[in-house]
Design a protein around this ligand. Structure first.
Ligand code: B12
Ligand code: SF4
Length: 604
């Protein structure tokens, strides 16, 4: 089931509403002197192809965005801790400015949710009277917030509240809580007073529990889908979040100072950057269009150029990865951004000569942009990730075909932009097909010839918040346990075969490895070094990283292939769901098949 959308016309915030709440919070902040720690949950068992470098060398934009919002609102005493860099961090031991924080926030994707729950569990070891208010957010809270609340008396581990939206929701929550807070009152105590008075129910984008404080959740309250900020220029300055980073360490506690500005570019040479959100397509396995309530949200070209230039100036960052869903989604708006970047200068040099940027697009829209790819290159773009999925469009149709894919790749390559294909392997696709382009290796070969610089092949895996999610469970495709080993959240990244109708899906697991080995190997590296094209030297660098990543991928997933071969396979028959009632509250006039973010999972 997709996330529901608010009623038509009510999806977005009024122009200026985010700017205004930032201003209001700045006025009250000095009276509150809040101390906040924001943790980014990360499970190191997910480290393998195709993300092996980006996962630890690009600080996630989500925690930076939330940190920036806190500083912008006047709460300077904020620290961001990345489990990517601080894997031993223990919230139960954290102190900042000599104090246990007032707020402990944790951000997580679904695949890192095991770590997220462990962070919350550890924070709950702090004595109840001094414990910070625990706020969970990020993609896992958006798509499966009920998983952040323990319902069993034996394990009542829960966040106090989950934010199922973005900065504006958090700001609204803080504004309400601070308006009710008595002098020096713990934020947790204010939160529970506000909850019991119904003061949170008018803030769309929250989930919280009813039940005894510290006990299991007896009922969950869902305040409905957030309203989205349409003009991304209203977001707080993204430069601020970088000043809050905990330096990498093996300690369980926090350091006395955040990471020095001059260390940031070395540890995080790529900066993820919000440029646009949303996509006009509607792929049944993708939650993005519904999350954006079918809106296309943009930053102005001027703000993008300015942010890149300031991030470069302050932290020495030269590489940027756009957090776009489909950067070429709207041709006119894309051209506006590209033209502005082309005109911008950094230290007297064109921005496109000093900085490099990369992002995600579709084959269809790349072809629409074919006359402008040189301008895209000149603005600094050097690689684009394209959702090829299955070139023959047997699995998914979104305007791709073998010819179109090859044409788009050739155009990109000729423009000096590395095409980076993202493919999806599935039950009905063989490893190799004779006389057709259907097989996985046949397609990898075509992509290689067309100039693909990297390869991503993931097994199609159910993603919460998509049209296909429930059906993959009820049809018995989703594996629960194999050879006695439970499928854990960190395995749901497409690298492990965890959903398949085949009785012995081990071949699929090995197919992924064979496809990578066919693409990343010493022979191909040698060929790239010998045959010079506009992008061959970059592709050779990617080959080296890919070969290293492949060793790690084999190490991590081969054991699973063996389990799939010999182990007993147990399957789910129902999708995960909350074991307690989820009740909708507030002015949630959402439209979908039901009125909660997780309708099929709830009784409303
Ligand atoms: C860039 C990106 C990556 C990069 C991440 C690099 C990095 N370190 O930043 C790379 C390429 C490595 C990557 C990999 C993967 N990704 Co990815 N990725 C994205 C993408 C396109 C942009 C992320 C981003 O920067 N967004 C911008 C920030 C500002 O938004 P945000 O993170 O959502 O944060 C906002 C809110 O969520 C909220 N928020 C966030 N944290 C918190 C915390 C608190 C306390 C609060 C109150 C609020 C809050 O406020 C933030 C500001 O608005 C998103 C899609 C998207 N458009 O968001 C997918 C996305 C995050 N990825 C996703 C997935 C599934 C993956 C992979 C598993 C691969 C795959 N199968 O697709 C791997 C996992 C790798 C790993 N080991 O972690 C999913 C996550 C779904 C889920 N349920 O968790 C997303 C949402 C795409 C999707 N819809 O399917 N990804
Ligand atoms: S084209 Fe990409 S972002 Fe758009 S709906 Fe399909 S998978 Fe999602």
């Amino acid at each position: 089931m997709e996330l529901p959308r608010r009623a038509r016309g009510d999806e977005i915030l009024k122009a200026g509403e985010l700017t205004e709440i930032r201003r209001r919070l700045r006025q009250v902040a000095p009276a509150h002197d809040l101390v906040t720690v924001i943790a980014c949950a990360f499970d190191h068992r997910t480290r393998m192809l195709p993300f092996i470098f980006a996962d630890t060398h690009m600080i996630p934009a989500g925690v930076r965005g939330i940190g920036s919002a806190m500083v912008d609102a006047g709460f300077e005493k904020t620290r961001i801790v990345l489990q990517q860099w601080n894997r031993h961090f223990r919230p139960s031991q954290m102190q900042l400015d000599g104090r246990i924080p007032d707020l402990f926030m944790v951000s997580s994707m679904g695949l890192h949710s095991g770590q997220c729950l462990e962070l919350i569990r550890d924070a709950r070891r702090i004595d109840s009277a001094r414990r910070p208010l625990i706020i969970a957010g990020g993609p896992h809270a958006v798509y499966q917030p009920y998983e952040l609340f323990g319902t069993s008396p034996a394990d009542p581990n829960s966040a106090d509240v989950a934010v199922t939206g973005e900065e504006f929701v958090l700001m609204s929550l803080l504004e309400v809580l601070l308006s009710l807070r008595g002098r020096g009152e713990p934020m947790r105590s204010v939160f529970y007073r506000a909850r019991d008075a119904g003061a949170l129910d008018g803030i769309p984008g929250l989930m919280y529990a009813r039940g005894k404080i510290d006990g299991p959740a007896e009922e969950l309250i869902d305040t409905g889908p957030q309203r989205l900020v349409l003009d991304l220029d209203e977001l707080p300055d993204s430069v601020l979040g970088y000043r809050l980073l905990e330096p990498p360490s093996r300690q369980t506690t926090l350091g006395s100072h955040p990471l020095e500005a001059n260390q940031i570019g070395r540890l995080s040479p790529i900066s993820s950057i919000v440029l646009t959100f949303g996509c006009k397509f509607n792929c049944p396995y993708c939650p993005i269009p519904a999350y954006n309530q079918r809106q296309h949200r943009l930053k102005s070209p001027g703000r993008i150029a300015e942010e890149m230039s300031r991030l470069n100036h302050e932290y020495g960052i030269k590489h940027f990865f756009g957090a776009d869903d489909n950067f070429f989604n709207n041709k006119a708006r894309t051209l506006d951004i590209v033209e502005t970047l082309n005109e911008a200068e950094i230290n007297g040099k064109p921005l496109g000569k000093s900085l490099r940027w990369y992002t995600e697009v579709t084959i269809h829209d790349t072809l629409q942009m074919k006359d402008h790819l040189k301008a895209v290159h000149d603005s600094g773009c050097r690689a684009l990730w394209l959702g090829v999925e299955d070139m023959t469009a047997t699995l998914v149709k979104k305007g791709q075909s073998v010819n179109k894919t090859i044409e788009a790749f050739s155009l990109l390559r000729d423009a000096g932009i590395c095409p980076m294909p993202m493919m999806m392997h599935h039950d009905s696709q063989p490893l190799y097909s004779r006389g057709s382009n259907y097989g996985l290796l046949n397609q990898v070969k075509l992509l290689r010839q067309a100039g693909a610089a990297s390869l991503q092949v993931l097994m199609i895996t159910p993603s919460a918040g998509t049209k296909l999610y429930e059906e993959t469970f009820t049809s018995g495709q989703v594996l629960k346990r194999v050879g006695g080993r439970r499928v854990e959240p960190y395995m749901c990244d497409g690298n492990y075969v965890v959903a398949s109708s085949l009785s012995r899906p081990w071949r699929k697991q090995l197919n992924l490895l064979v496809a990578y080995a066919y693409f990343y190997n010493p022979y191909r590296l040698a060929m790239l070094l010998l045959r010079k094209t506009r992008i061959s030297h970059k592709a050779a660098g990617v080959q080296l990283l890919g070969m290293l990543g492949l060793i790690q991928t084999i190490r991590r997933t081969l054991g699973w292939a063996i389990r799939l071969m010999f182990g007993k396979i147990e399957r789910h028959t129902q999708p995960p769901c909350s074991s307690v009632t989820i009740r909708s509250k507030g002015d949630c006039a959402s439209v979908a098949d039901a009125s909660s973010p997780h309708p099929s999972l709830t009784e409303v």
